[in-house]
Every structure is written in C-alpha cells, then in structure tokens.
Design a protein around this ligand. Structure first.
Ligand SMILES: [Fe+2]
Length: 194
C-alpha cells in the first residue's frame, strides 16, 4: 500500500504564495485520488498475476505509470515546499554551480523550462547517475518525457489545479513565487542520499 504523507504545514501557511483553497483541494482531493488509484492498479496487477489474465495489461501498465507518477510526484511536491526559511547544503550548492553556473542561473532555467511545458506536467530538477550531472526535465502529465537513471530532487506541479485559482495564466509568476518557498533541507537531503 502506498500511503499519502501528512502535509508538513497547515493549509493556510503558504497563503501568500499558494492559497488555502488551492492547497486544500490539491492535497485533499487530487492527491488522495492518485494515491487511491495507484493502490487500486497495484491490486489489479496482483489479481492479473493470480488469475493469469493479462487481457488488460496494456491499460494497467499505462495506469501504473500515470497514477504512480501522480502519487509519488505529489508526495515530493508537498514535501519540497515549506513556509520556513531553509538552507541549501554546501554539496548541492557546489553541484548546482558546477552544472548550471550558479543558483540564479539554475532558477532561471528551471522557471523557463517549467513554464514552457505543453499542457499539464511537472518541472523536475534531478540527478542523472550516468552523466553524474544535475539536469532539469519537463515531464508531461506525470509520466511522459522521463529519462532512465534519473533521481528527482525538486519537483514543481504545473497542472492548472496547482496554480490557476491564484495565478490564472501567469505561470512564471506562480513559479517565481513558489521557488521562494522551496524546502532546501529536503532537496539537499534527497541529493545527499542519491
Ligand atoms: Fe497536482
């Protein structure tokens, strides 16, 4: 069973950046739905194995990637935001400087890249083991345009439900504001444990 995390802050604690209403719907309805559907598809796959009935395998595998991606990325997103001031670790800071030229350059590329995703999706900073490099990915929906051997570190939800009520079509403004509430303790920890 995949379980949703407890939100590490109150619904109104990010309200200068993301409204209580947006966050409440996002966490209570959307996230809950992905977690439930993810568990359902895991159960359906188990049933398919037990009965040796793979008639729906194509749809199940597709749903596994979609619901699983939705559940896991939402966990990471809620976890990597915070109302507190946090600090980036020295090792992650050095790696960002090495791979992007600096924190500001990273931020600029991350915002530009994420705001240009076609339709719904996620902006993701991650670590690619083969390259030993931090890279930014645009992920469409929850599961398209991914790459193997990649460890996500920082994720931003750019589906309309995450920002539209507060920012309408101003995606860059949502991203700029959200980059100010990143929990760098969490992101640095993910980097250290890569
Ligand atoms: Fe979302």
């Amino acid at each position: 069973m995949y379980e949703k995390i407890k939100l590490p802050y109150q619904f109104d604690e990010l309200s200068s950046y993301i409204s209580k209403e947006t966050l409440e719907n996002h966490y209570n309805l959307l996230y809950e739905g992905y977690v439930n559907n993810f568990n359902k598809v895991l159960q359906d796959l188990e049933n398919a194995r037990l009965t040796n009935n793979y008639d729906n395998i194509k749809a199940l595998e597709k749903d596994l990637a979609f619901q699983g991606g939705g559940a896991i990325l939402h966990t990471m997103y809620f976890e990597n935001l915070t109302p507190q001031k946090t600090n980036i670790s020295q090792s992650l800071k050095r790696k960002i400087e090495e791979d992007f030229g600096g924190i500001n350059e990273f931020r600029e590329q991350f915002i530009k890249s994420t705001s240009k995703i076609e339709g719904s999706g996620w902006g993701i900073l991650g670590y690619n083991k083969s390259l030993n490099k931090l890279i930014i990915l645009q992920v469409e929906k929850h599961s398209n345009l991914s790459i193997w051997d990649f460890i996500p570190l920082l994720v931003i939800d750019i589906w309309e439900h995450a920002y539209y009520l507060d920012y309408q079509t101003k995606k860059e403004e949502y991203l700029n504001k959200t980059m100010d509430i990143i929990n760098w303790d969490v992101v640095s920890k993910r980097f250290n444990e890569r």
